[in-house]
Ligand binder design. Sequence first.
Ligand code: F6P
Length: 547
Amino acid sequence: MTGSTNGAALTALQKELDGQTPVSIREAFVNDPERFGRFHVKLDDLVFDFSKHRLDAALLAKLVQLAKDSGVEAKRDAMFAGEPFNSTEGRAALHTALRNFSGQPIMADGADVMPEVTATRAKVAAFASGIRDGSIAGATGKAITDVVNIGIGGSDLGPAMAAKALTPYSSPRLRTHFVSNVDGADIGDTVKGLDPATTLFIVSSKTFTTLETMTNAQSARDWIVKGLGEDAVKHHFAAVSTKLDLVRKFGIEEDRVFGFKDWVGGRYSIWSSIGLALVIAIGPAQFEQFLRGGFEIDQHFRTAPIEANIPMLMGLIGVLYRDIQGISTQAVIPYDQRLARFPAYLQQLDMESNGKSVHRDGSPVTAETGPIVWGEPGTNGQHAFFQLIHQGTEPVPVDFLVAAEPTEADPHHHDLLLANCFAQSQALMQGRSLDEVSAQLTKGGMPADEVRRLAPHKVFSGDRPSSTFLYRKLDPRTLGRLIACYEHRVFTMAAIWDTNPFDQWGVELGKELASKLVPIVSDPRASTEGLDSSTAGLVAHRRALAR
Ligand code: F6P
């Protein structure tokens, strides 16, 4: 693998560009009627429009050089080759093997991983088909109608987001539910109204030790036992994990246990058997389309030149805003109600991967790393937080995502959706100057002193950046392509910062402290000695309230 680069190329570019005024997007469009032609990439039906960014050809060339000098291509190749890229956990990051349709072997630790990947996929497909056609039924012989995935983080967000996104492709006979929070309301509300005889629980946990998942799994088990008796458990549970010994202890039968390898990071695991609930919902054939969509982007990421490489451009643009222009957030606004959970999914993907403070060699980073990723579907966001995006003091780069064709029958709704999506990126780019506002108000007959008073409030600075993804339809292939684009964007940014995007040590301390507090919170007589005064005060107040 390439040695540490410690973000040196980025530091040099920061120095070079220090104090330079950002490119005016608005002016760039005025000066260059062909700007879209120069700043978009088309991959089959998928267009990535990056023309509305603070970029010109010269700056783009510098960013491309930044990727080269940071060793992004060599690091990418090392990841795909199964080298132990996740150095702090001593393993490869090979989620791409799960969607490898090249027919070529992929080696990790000296062995080809593909035979096992293919065999596990076939086992998942057979089980999913059995649930879908009713040949695998519950303890009483009734067909399963409700599938409840119990998992959290990467073992929940991916399948939950995708199941919602791909509703039109789902079996109408089956409902999928997702339980993640240790808050008993989550499982409690979910099982209300379900019939144990027709419910299947999938316990999804890479480690099979996660507090939330194990607690919810136990409650689900109790619910099945209460409804159908102990013997029914084997008919109403399946599990997905890398820790097959722990699953065995829980009592789930071998033929209902689906493994994956520790070289699949939790937030990259939707492509693995963690996708079981999704496979049951949409069927193995559509799931394969989803995987193939991811594979298409892998091929593109590996072979396209940097200036025409969508994930690399996404990453370079991300670094431009985060590190050259000091912008701390990134909004993702799908104009697609079914992608409502996509921003939450990307939050884990991006913020758990790139919320890092040290380089791969352990030295502190000198640049800012991961932005805060957030978003909600349009058009809803327009009536909530878009005010800040248009007129707030810090620009917010936005990713818009929208399909050319609706999945619903009514095309009128979709035309309105598209028009709004295009209009928002246009408004952010163009803005409206004081002169333009004043002229408009004056033309409407407003007195001059009123125009002077009101006009500043109606000014839009413009020059606010956005990318737009426009594709034919939100189908399994497209969802796979979109996710893979974001995975490789995250990778590109980490490669420039020279950080490890595949570990997540930052979640450990909270887990550790919570496990120490459980006995103190559960037992009102337990001593709070040694706790800081805030935690002790909160425990005391809770005890007083819960008396
Ligand atoms: O808390 C962080 C985390 O480890 C995530 O990285 C992971 O996706 C999630 O917890 C769930 O972990 P598991 O699949 O092992 O239950």
